[in-house]
Ligand binder design. Structure first.
Ligand SMILES: *Cc1c(COP(=O)(O)O)cnc(C)c1O
Length: 390
């Protein structure tokens, strides 16, 4: 890491694009048998959509995945011409801009298909679609019972020149638990769905199923394309397993106030924390509006002067108090809430545990008030020979 001792803003999320590049190359190498989609929804899991997208595409990813049309169009407006898949839209949403921009649209029902075909007809542009089958997540794919009808309807519209079925896809429910055999159930349903689509005359360019955990744990799920979210950002997706990913985000803040207090001083709202002895309290201007979950109060820690200290009392909307004991902390000193863990600071996984959530929610919860600062890309090839085989 470069010079990190000072901060020019009260808070910052430092984004190490080199880590994104490294993780992309590592995943592309793991998935050599398939293409890699960088999932950059939700502001690139909080890291910055465009910066992550560009870095991933330069280091082995060939597809981008987002949820909404707005996100997809922002990528195109920035000049990114890689294949993009978007998968959520409203029942009456005007998708014509996405179709014109050559963005592939996920289609999970005949109603979706009709919506997209009508736009294609009006715009005189063939719409690229990926048919989605629900293999067990019970969220938004077509039910297996409706799949045959959907694939036949899509094939008809394909023959009519209105759509092109570029992909078939599904999503895992619990791939991060190697003990859960449900992955194999979903996998076999996906195989059936592919066979049904072939029987309907479809010949998609890509079939895709695997998310981060599946691509690392179950190579049999790779098909033609894998979709990396969490792992791209360097968070290990399988509890208890390490694949060598590098966390890309470091969340930091400056100390903006210091006070020396006596034992039994009550701290923050609700007064549910009292100092155990004479101590120093450091005020940190980052709160739950910035992504430090209030529910982590009482357990969460942050690093200052190389020492992990407890957050004293409740995390407030805009600030919290750190009990730093006798450390000679002064205003301007840097507090690390989470990072890659190498310096002893907590990680996003620690925060997820303290907040009883998953690391996805921690990363995407970092508020818009926190400036993102991007550490420039170095040459990953020097340290990741796998990149060369891409
Ligand atoms: C968010 C998302 C992903 C990424 O999942 P990870 O487990 O974070 O890799 C992949 N596919 C779909 C459909 C998603 O919504």
């Amino acid at each position: 890491m470069p010079e990190l001792d000072t901060l020019s803003t009260m808070t910052e999320a430092l984004i190490d694009l080199d880590a994104i590049a490294y993780n992309t190359a590592l995943l592309a190498n793991v998935c050599r048998d398939a293409q890699l989609m960088a999932v950059v929804k939700a502001n690139g899991f909080g890291h910055g959509t465009l910066e992550v997208a560009r870095t991933a595409l330069a280091n082995g990813a060939t597809w981008l995945g987002v949820t909404s049309q707005t996100e997809a169009l922002a990528l195109r407006r920035a000049g990114i011409d890689a294949p993009i898949l978007m998968w959520l839209f409203g029942p009456n949403e005007d998708l014509s801009a996405a179709v014109r921009a050559g963005i592939d649209i996920s289609v999970a029902s005949v109603a979706h298909l009709d919506l997209v075909a009508e736009i294609a007809l009006r715009s005189s542009i063939r719409a690229g679609i990926h048919l989605k089958i629900d293999t067990g997540l019970s969220r938004n794919g077509a039910l297996p019972a409706d799949w045959s009808a959907l694939t036949h309807a899509a094939r008809l519209l394909e023959r009519a020149g209105l759509v092109r079925v570029n992909g078939l896809w599904s999503h895992f429910a619990n791939a991060e638990d190697p003990a859960d055999d449900y992955l194999h159930t979903q996998q076999s349903r996906f195989h059936d769905a592919i066979a049904t689509a072939a029987a309907a005359g479809l010949s998609p360019k890509v079939c895709h199923l695997a998310n981060s955990a599946a691509m690392l744990l179950a190579p049999g799920t790779h098909h033609d394309l894998t979709r990396a979210g969490l792992s791209l950002y360097g968070i290990e997706p399988v509890p208890g397993k390490t694949f060598g990913l590098r966390p890309a985000m470091t969340l930091r803040a400056q100390v903006i106030g210091i006070r020396r207090v006596s034992a039994n001083t009550r701290v923050s709202y609700g007064s549910d924390y009292a100092t155990a002895r004479d101590t120093t309290l450091a005020l940190v201007p980052l709160g739950f509006a910035d992504g430090a979950p209030r529910v982590a109060s009482g357990q969460a820690q942050a690093l200052v002067h190389g020492v992990r200290c407890r957050i004293a009392g409740r995390i407030a909307m805009d600030q919290f108090v750190l009990d730093v004991g006798d450390l000679p902390v002064t205003p301007g000193d840097v507090v690390t809430l989470f990072g890659d863990g190498a310096d002893g600071a907590p990680t996003a996984l620690d925060w997820a545990k303290w907040a009883q959530t998953n690391p996805h929610e921690i990363l995407t919860g970092i508020g818009s008030r926190v400036p993102r600062r991007f550490l420039p890309l170095r040459d990953v090839r020097q340290r990741w020979p796998g990149r060369l085989s891409l």
